[in-house]
Design a binder for this molecule. Sequence first.
Ligand SMILES: [Zn+2]
Length: 193
Amino acid sequence: MPSRIWQMPNDQDKLYLTLDDGPIPGLTDWVLDVLKERGVKATFFCVGQNIKRHPQLLERILIEQHTVGNHTFNHLNGFETPKDIYLTNVEITDNALADLGVNTDLFRPPYGRLKYSQRKELGHKRIVMWDVLSKDYLQTLPEEEVLTETVKATEPGSIIVFHDNWKAEKNMKYALPRFVDHFLNKGFKFESL
Ligand SMILES: [Zn+2]
């Protein structure tokens, strides 16, 4: 039974930025530019169907030395999906990644929802959850609030979730660069998982 990772053990000033749901043109490349300008590394939990549609973006993530993880092929909700269908969906995403030369044991269940029976079968994976959810996808939340609440919740070793999906565009594009700058100015380092 793989245990779930919520935070990295850390007595230093390291943070672990994660981006879920890409790769999507107009978003993932925008995020990559932000990270590149600042020399920051992150981990991208990618959806298999987006990998298939936009392999060149996946390749850019790799070339720029970020880490890639599996986020299922169709962004499935584990609570609502039978075990065999769920596991196949994870596997075909691994295959899509393997086609591009990626072999990863990192997995993040969409919505954080994974049944015990599903988790039991994912023994070959490191299941990465988070301790800080930016809520960038809540479109009614003011972007300033997304930023201040995410900053407030972050501590050394935190795993922080932002989204490179369209729902999160407004809040993510506001909060992500400001969040990174805030912690870089405080002397923190961003590392990939
Ligand atoms: Zn997701």
